[in-house]
Each structure stands twice: as structure tokens, then as C-alpha cells.
Design a protein around this ligand. Sequence first.
Ligand code: TRP
Length: 333
Amino acid sequence: MSKTFNFYDFHPALADFRAEVTDGLRAEPKMLSPKFFYDKAGSELFDAITELTEYYPSRTEIGILERHGEDMARLLGRQCLLLELGSGSSRKIRLLLDALQPRVYMPMDISREHLIGSAEALAADYPELEVHAACADYSAEFEIPYGPAHLPRAAFFPGSSIGNFEPTAAGELLQRVAEHLGDGGRLLIGVDLKKDPLRLQRAYDDAEQVTAAFNLNLLQRINRELDGDFELQQFSHRALYNPQQGRIEMHLVSHVDQTVTVAGERFSFVAGETIHTESSYKYSVAEFQQLANWAGYQAEQVWTDDEQLFSVHCLRVDSRSTGGRQECREAVN
Ligand code: TRP
């Protein structure tokens, strides 16, 4: 085991889960936040998604990291404090660790067991590294639980998870990360690119129905944790590309008119009504750089694969570069 392994638990309370779910089911149109996908079963299903032939992002991003890891490490700076948002199985960061040799690694994820398992395994493999894992919801305000002030800071945000935020919220999240990093800090971030809508759609609606199981698992989680009575056979998975908004949308579609009870409250569905469970925004390189600029970063470098499927950006915090107060939505249009 490494010199230090610490775990900090800021996991949102069950009461927050209940309030967000019931608010979302009361809303019109109905919606649930994708951060709730990642209970234990959901995290395992997501790992299975990343192995699917149709789901090109994980494998493509890994290829880019393998090919350019040395250059990335040089830009991020050795001996830093490295924060990772949404570390998941920590598979990608391993590709950078040998080259980067950070002093402190701080993985942050909302999925508690998954985070502990993968961060402990990583600490065992890198005995010189100080590992401080934090279970937290980074879509809200978050704290960095530990950090020697003298170390330069860098952050890694892989998997195009930034695309799961509405553009305005994405810009605000990038701003909060910039505040944690401080002027001159670097952010290495993976962003899925715009492409043929059919290819996109297949990535979120695979032949083996793993993504469907992942989407439906959210209802199972609500049944279990919030005393719900969703009948899973009465809903199905739908993924579609919305070209106006430049995003994949995932929905759960109700087959029939039905009423469901969650946490003692009743919610009615008409046949064909959907719960919007996730968006995954796709950005061109220029669009994403504009968003980053708005949030207070200078684009330093960008790497893509030969097919232009996926991009990895190195951004440098430069508080002078904020693009004024216009909405991010405008910045990316
Ligand atoms: N960040 C991933 C993405 O937008 C998350 C993701 C991939 C996902 N496939 C999914 C989320 C399927 C829900 C369902 O690509």
C-alpha cells in the first residue's frame, strides 16, 4: 500500500436523492439527473458499456492518452497535486501516472464502493503516491479535502462527462474547477466530438441492450432506495440525437398510461410519455475552446484520433481570459 491512503465521504444524503427524484418526476417534461445512474450495479453496467464495440469514446480516448501521454505529462507538470473528476475505474489515469509522477492523487467520484475499490488498488500499485479519495457530487459545490499549498495543481476530467451537463452548467463547473486549480493550473479534459448522427446513436443504443439495462437500472434503484413501484417491463430505453442542440438524449418511455408511487407520492404517465435521464453534448474543437475560454481558461493544446471521433484538451487557467458575462449557450453557438 502507498504511503497514504485516505478516504473522505461527502456522498449526498438519501434525503437529497429523494428530493431530486420527486422534483424531477413532478416536472414537465419529467427528468432525472444522470448522476443517479451510478449505484453499484449502475457502475458495473457502465464499465460494460465502455467495452462495447459501438461505444467508441472510451477506447478512442485511451488510444489518445497512450499515444500522447508523455506530451500531456510535460504540460501538466510533474510532482503536482492531481485531481480527477469522475475517476470511475481509474483505468485512464494509469496511462498518465508513470510519465506524470504526481505527488498527490485525488480521485473524486459519486459512486462510493467503486471509488474505494479502484483507488485502493491504485494506491497498492503506486507505493510512492499519496492517494486521497473523495466520494462527492462534483456537479454541486465541492471541497478539495486535502492539499499541500505549495504543490502546483492539475486536474483530469476524462470520459466526456462534461458533455452530460447543459452548456451553462458545464461552463460553471469548469469555472469552479479553475478556482480550485488557481492561475496557471492545467486541466486535461476529454470531450466527444460532433459526428455522423447514426454513429452517435448506436453508441447510446447498443445491440446487446447493455445501455438499455443501464438506463432502466435507475428505476430499479428508485424502487429499492425510495420505496418505488416502477414496473420495469412497462418502460423502455430510447436514445436519439438532437441536431439543433448537438446532443444525444436518453429517455425512458412509458408504454402505457400508468401511475407510479415513489416515496409515498403518486406520479402519472400517459402512454408514450418519457423521463429524460441524460443528455450527452457533443462539441467541435472550436466550440469547446470557446466554452473553456468563457470559463477562464486558455486552450493550450488539443489531441484527436485519426478519425476525429474524440478530443483531449489541455487548458490553462488564465483568469484574464474570461469571455465576459454572456451565456455559455451563446458562446458555443
Ligand atoms: N459521459 C458518458 C457519455 O456521455 C456517459 C455515458 C455513456 C452514458 N454512455 C452512456 C450515460 C449511456 C448513460 C447511458 O458518453
